[in-house]
Design a protein around this ligand. Structure first.
Ligand code: PGA
Length: 257
């Protein structure tokens, strides 16, 4: 894995936006895997600047988001559909019909085969379009990527997942009460993620320092889903100094691991 330690959140966001801009300039019809959460907000902001001022275009780009809650209407303020529209899609020149976010209505959670069909179709479409060229990831403080939560075994394909209490507590800051945080989500599986040709993982802040240090442990552990990225041949990790603060000294400056 390639590690870049940025001096702060702004620099992390700029470096990440530059990786995406380079990708879409090199291949205008790129297939991008996108993430939500607080971490990539700055990156989307920098990309908007590049679209407005530097001739970066998403006109022919296709996107697949990592995940979505089950149990929120698409228009809900905290749905990832709303997040993507507000922070990115409505502000760039992308064709909305080329943007994809996994979705399964909560009423189908008890008819799991309906959700399973939606999951299989999501993976099939990614494959049909040639696979993801560049996948952006955040990381949960419990090591999840997408909503692949720590567990004894991990699903490879897109699937429905029960959210851990830790994740629901971490995300409660976006809702008016903990009880409003959905209990389920739909997420790309670790296999879907690892099939991407290139992966870019971002993290900032001291609350991510421990999980980042553990991710570079050299061991693959399903209780730390992000550790699976160590087996992928083309992963870049861009983090700020605070998220790097528990890495061994040899990793504290930019370097290849
Ligand atoms: P965050 O979430 O960017 O809001 O910290 C990351 C994640 O849970 O994957």
């Amino acid at each position: 894995m390639e590690l870049m330690v940025a001096k702060d959140y702004q620099e992390m966001s700029l470096l990440a936006a530059e990786v995406i801009a380079k990708q879409v300039k090199k291949k205008p019809d790129s297939v991008l895997g996108l993430a939500t959460g607080s971490t990539p907000l700055g990156m989307y902001g920098k990309l908007l600047d590049m679209v407005n001022n530097e001739n970066v275009s998403f006109k022919n780009v296709t996107t697949f988001n990592l995940d979505e809650y089950v149990g929120l209407a698409l228009q809900h303020a905290q749905s990832y559909h709303t997040y993507m529209m507000e922070h990115f899609f409505s502000k760039i020149d992308i064709d909305l019909s080329n943007t994809h976010i996994p979705y399964c209505e909560s009423k189908f959670i008890n008819e799991i085969e309906v959700c399973n069909k939606a999951c299989a179709e999501y993976d099939d479409l990614i494959e049909h379009l040639g696979g993801i060229d560049l996948q952006i990831l955040g990381i949960g403080s419990n090591g999840h990527i997408g909503f692949n939560e720590p567990a004894t075994s991990l699903e490879t394909g897109t699937h429905i997942v029960s959210l851990t209490e830790e994740t629901r507590i971490a995300n409660a800051r976006f809702f008016s009460s903990f009880d409003e945080v959905p209990t389920h989500a739909i997420t790309m599986g670790v296999g879907t993620i690892l099939k991407s040709k290139e992966i870019l993982l971002l993290a900032n802040g001291s609350n991510k320092a421990e999980v980042i240090a553990n991710m570079f442990s050299g061991r693959v552990d399903t209780f730390l889903p992000a550790s699976l990225l160590q087996v992928h041949p083309n992963v870049t990790v861009i983090i700020d100094k605070e998220a790097a603060s528990k890495l061994e000294n040899k990793y504290q400056t930019n370097g290849h691991i």
